[in-house]
Design a protein around this ligand. Structure first.
Ligand code: UDP
Ligand code: MG
Length: 329
């Protein structure tokens, strides 16, 4: 009896953003490629590595792999634009029925790929891998991650607790994501916001295999605020509430001060004046800062600069030779 090979009918591209990952990259990519063999015969797959302006040997390692294998391609951004931009570049250039976005450090276990594909073939447009533990992260990291997700949920109504960027997206989700006009992107939030039929796979996040995390504490803080302010203007409305509260307090204090004055009990009140000045001053400065950060967001959006710029000389993309006018942005 001869076994007939079913021709692949759907194509999947794995988008892997990398930034200064030379340490261990080749081993990680080999492991990911190895796992692709477990996908159903009806699905063909390839890798699209997006180098986010690495300054170490990362692009060279990725180029060497591209030269060896026809199922690996490489996009090189001409400087570090950040992971969100790298994901965007991958989505702009992947020509597939679905993509999986995954980290290069094996913290997004490639062993989940067959299950993700199975759920996609079963009808899910989005398959998200959700962390069930973050034990590999420091206690402080977990605490702040928790605070961020609670705050994000309270302000936007989207519960992204333990969500990750490890997601499979069907073609229609990719198109919808690319058609969103905004520049400041929060990938996992926007995918959730688009609300396509989604399936979830829980996974234990393993420790980083090699190298170190690219996010310092300050960078994470900046990203957290960027994510919240790109999603909701509610903090601006909270400023009005804050104004209301200080107004009420000032009415009470004003009435008391007047009463003290009229009844002849008015004291020097120097401390009270200083305290009031400090409180009102900081509320005003805080409100101005908040307003300023939203104005800055509008400024960034209006400039409408591209999300990323490509380094055409170092990229290795099959379509690149023929396409002169790559869509950047
Ligand atoms: N990354 C990127 N651009 C950056 C920072 C990170 O493309 O500016 C990539 C990085 O190489 C890795 C993935 O994004 O493949 C996740 O980064 P990392 O492991 O540092 O994040 P963490 O797992 O600590 O959240
Ligand atoms: Mg990582």
């Amino acid at each position: 009896m001869t076994i007939q090979n079913t021709p692949a009918t759907r194509h999947l591209t794995l988008i892997i953003p990398v930034y200064n990952e030379a340490d261990g990259l080749r081993r990680h990519l080999d492991e990911i490629l190895q796992r692709l063999k477990a996908l159903p015969a009806s699905v063909s797959a390839d890798l699209l590595i997006v180098d986010d302006g690495s300054t170490d040997a990362t692009p060279g390692i990725a180029q060497a792999l591209c030269e060896q294998r026809s199922d690996v391609s490489l996009l090189v951004l001409n400087r570090n634009f950040g992971k969100e931009a790298a994901i965007m570049a991958g989505l702009d250039h992947a020509d597939a029925d679905a993509v999986v976005v995954m980290d290069s450090d094996l913290q997004h276990p490639p062993a989940l790929l067959p299950k993700m594909v199975e759920l996609w073939l079963g009808g899910a447009d989005v398959v998200e891998a959700v962390k069930i533990s973050r034990d590999t992260r420091s206690g402080l990291y977990r605490y702040f991650a928790n605070v961020f997700y609670r705050l994000f949920d309270a302000l936007t109504g989207l519960d992204l607790h333990n969500h990750s960027d490890y997601k499979l997206l069907d073609r229609k989700v990719i198109e919808a994501y690319r058609s969103l006009p905004e520049r400041t992107r929060f990938f996992r939030g926007l995918v959730n916001w688009m609300h396509f039929p989604a399936a979830q796979i829980p996974f234990e996040e393993p420790a980083r295999e090699a190298g170190e995390s690219k996010w310092g504490a300050l960078c994470l803080l900046k990203l957290s605020w960027q994510s919240i302010s790109s999603f909701t203007a509610l903090p601006l409305q909270l400023v009005t509430v804050l104004g209301g509260v200080t107004f009420l307090v000032s009415l009470l204090l004003g009435a008391k001060a007047l009463y003290d004055k009229l009844s002849g009990q008015a004291l020097d009140g120097f401390t009270t004046v200083i305290l009031l000045l400090l409180i009102i001053g900081s509320v005003l400065m805080f409100s101005l800062g908040l307003l300023g950060s939203y104005v800055a967001r509008i400024y960034d959006e209006i400039k409408a600069r591209p999300h990323y710029l490509l380094d055409h000389n170092n990229s290795r993309l099959p379509s690149m030779a023929s396409s002169e006018n790559d869509r950047e942005g």
